[in-house]
Design a protein around this ligand. Structure first.
Ligand SMILES: C[S@@+](CC[C@H](N)C(=O)[O-])C[C@H]1O[C@@H](n2cnc3c(N)ncnc32)[C@H](O)[C@@H]1O
Length: 359
């Protein structure tokens, strides 16, 4: 079904860009990968940090308490709330701490996941603790908020480019669902300069560029005046991202917890994502008049909010879950946290390490 839809879309224009391809296979309103309730956790395709341990969300809760008190922020906005595990654990924690937000906005594109999120929130009777509001349009955002995005930016459709001699080529998908390359006119779209690419990229080096990520931050900026924006995702600064080992780019797929690197197979049945270039996100925030004052590994963020103090170390499962979140060979180093803020007093010396200079 999805293949037929894709082919008819391609027929109209002979080929589509990789980002248009991703948009259909991940987010088609009927058959896209994300229109499915069984994506997350052991029985799904992949496991994200909020599902590994509730203490991940508790650390975000501690961060919310600090920021909301200092800045009178009483809304939370979560982009891409998945199966609502983060929302649930965060609100349960904040209820215990007697520090609830008034409103919790879930910005979610998948209708199927919206339904799943509503079920989870209802099953926990959380709607008695604060107002849950599902939104799909940027103009429904509140003017002030504590914003969370966990593994949201990595699945935003991206284009693929490659360096070819002294110019760039952009990837397209043809009617046989094969990748083809066409010369790229650098004046036709948003500038690649935002990526902070190294000047000496090897010939044939493939890299991603998501104008969708730019659009999202731009749209949020139009409606939010005061915010603390917490982004968790896997990736690197531009300096660390564009190394020779990644000459084929960073697109990866996952299905039933197994990864592969062919986004053109099993259309719609697996997730497709790319590493985040955090220098790119920082450049976008900077040009939209946000401050980006903190960047660190997920491990350093969670340790800054004392994740180890909360757990019962005699509970072996709990301990193993925390290890997964913070050890460098699991999610501790590859996953990063970028904090951007606008009209907010930032707590400057909270973090045990701040690598913002890397971006
Ligand atoms: C990889 S999942 C992460 C889910 C969750 N944050 C977690 O960590 O478990 C990405 C989520 O973002 C949502 N999403 C992707 N693109 C979106 C967009 N443009 N607007 C709103 N939600 C989007 C997906 O439907 C899904 O809920």
């Amino acid at each position: 079904m999805l293949k037929e839809k894709l082919k008819s879309k391609i027929k109209k224009s002979k080929s589509i860009s990789f980002s248009e391809y991703m948009e259909v296979v991940l987010f088609d309103s009927e058959h896209g990968f994300y229109e499915n309730k069984k994506i997350f956790g052991k029985d799904g395709h992949f496991t994200t940090s909020p599902l590994v341990s509730k203490y991940f969300s508790h650390c975000i809760g501690k961060n919310f308490i600090d920021i909301s008190k200092q800045n009178k922020i009483n809304n939370v906005v979560e982009f891409g709330a998945g199966n609502a595990k983060l929302a649930t654990d965060l609100i349960l924690y904040l209820r215990n701490q007697k520090n609830l937000p008034e409103k919790y906005y879930l910005f979610e594109k998948s209708s199927c996941l919206v339904e799943a999120q509503k079920e989870v929130i209802n099953n926990h009777n959380l709607d008695k603790s604060c107002d849950f509001i599902w939104i799909k349009d940027y103009n429904e955002l509140p003017s002030q908020a504590f914003i969370i995005a966990n593994e949201f930016f990595d699945c935003i459709p991206t284009d693929l480019f490659r360096r070819k001699d002294n110019h760039y080529q952009k990837a397209y998908i043809n009617n046989s669902l094969e990748l083809t390359w066409q010369k790229y006119d650098p004046h036709s779209e948003l500038s690649l300069d935002y990526l902070s690419l190294p000047s000496n990229l090897p010939n044939n080096y493939v890299f991603e560029f998501s104008s969708g990520q730019f659009d999202i931050i731009n749209n949020i900026s139009r409606f939010i005046d005061k915010a603390y924006f917490l982004i968790f995702d896997y990736g690197y600064s531009a300096n660390e991202l564009y190394i020779d080992d990644r000459i084929d780019g960073t697109i990866a797929c996952i299905k039933n917890h197994l990864s592969d690197f062919n986004p053109l197979s099993e259309v719609g049945n697996k997730d497709i994502s790319a590493f985040i270039n955090f220098s790119y996100l920082r450049n976008i925030f900077d040009c939209k008049e946000w401050s980006t004052k903190a960047f660190m590994s997920q491990a350093n963020y969670l340790l800054s909010f004392e994740i180890l103090d909360d757990i019962d170390i005699s509970e072996i499962n709990e301990l193993n879950a925390i290890k997964k979140l913070i050890l460098p060979n699991h999610m501790g180093e590859l996953f990063k946290v970028l904090i951007a803020h606008k009209n907010i007093n930032m707590i400057s010396n909270k973090f045990i390490r701040n690598d913002i200079m890397k971006l």
